[in-house]
Write a protein that binds this ligand. Structure first.
Ligand code: NAP
Length: 209
């Protein structure tokens, strides 16, 4: 029952892998480069080298579910947004479905369903996330779509909200996102669900049900 973590070397990905390891949840960290391996080896976390823009299929063998926490990041252009946030997510859903995995847990973004309401420079990103989410919904595989607000580097509170109205603000710490991913990975009864995710006042187990 191993979870493949795509984007494992990212800021959310590393925190999630550490939490999973500490909790005894088996994970395989997908990284792009052997230079990234050491951090994981020091924590006895299994790695596989694969790339959303290249060879990918082998990373899935022996895994039962996937966390997609990859992203092209703010310093690349729409070309990489298209190839990572959209095509990478589509490839992930298709491979997970074809290989019979039990679930895909995808990190999307708050309000991804309204790309035309986003600021001009965010529209390609929001459009990519929106299309990736639509593809996953239509794919023949159980899934959870997690839509965090603006990410911060604050400490984990493990207290969250699932709407802007409830939260009163639009941010969530990467640490809280990692804790929610752990909760999702451990709770297999949660599927074909979507959650907006913000910092808030409710325990994760009460909010993400
Ligand atoms: P991050 O630190 O930039 O991590 C992104 C990860 O994706 C990195 O590990 C990166 O690998 C990996 N990646 C990029 N291209 C790849 C490829 N071709 N193949 C495989 N992996 C690749 O991001 P984060 O802060 O953890 O955020 C993660 C997610 O949250 C993203 O999906 C992002 O869109 C979403 N999100 C962000 C915000 C925000 O406010 N920033 C808000 C809502 C949602 P390397 O380490 O090798 O570079």
């Amino acid at each position: 029952m191993k979870t493949l973590v795509i984007g494992a070397n990212g800021q959310i990905g590393r925190q999630f892998c550490e939490l999973a390891k500490a909790t005894g949840v088996p994970v395989r960290a997908m990284i792009r480069d052997s230079n990234q391996q050491r951090w994981f080896q020091e924590r006895s976390i299994e790695t596989v080298i694969a790339d959303l823009e290249g060879s990918l299929r082998h990373a899935f063998y022996g895994c039962d579910q996937v966390v997609f926490a990859a992203g092209s990041g703010p310093h690349t252009g729409p070309d990489k947004t298209l190839m990572i946030d959209l095509n990478g997510a589509v490839r992930t859903a298709d491979l997970a479905s074809e290989l019979g995995l039990s679930r895909v847990i995808q990190v999307s973004a708050i309000r991804a369903e309204e790309p035309l309401k986003a600021p001009d420079n965010m529209r390609p990103y929001m459009a990519a996330k929106n299309a990736a989410d639509a593809h996953l919904r239509a794919a023949q595989i159980p899934h959870v779509i997690l839509k965090p607000g603006r990410l911060t580097d604050e400490q984990a509170t493990q207290l969250v909200a699932t709407s802007l109205e409830e939260a009163g603000d639009n941010h969530v710490s990467r640490a809280n996102v990692a804790h929610v991913l752990l909760h999702l990975v451990q709770n297999r009864q949660l599927f074909n669900r979507e959650f907006t995710l913000l910092d808030g006042d409710r325990a994760i187990a009460d909010a993400i049900v």
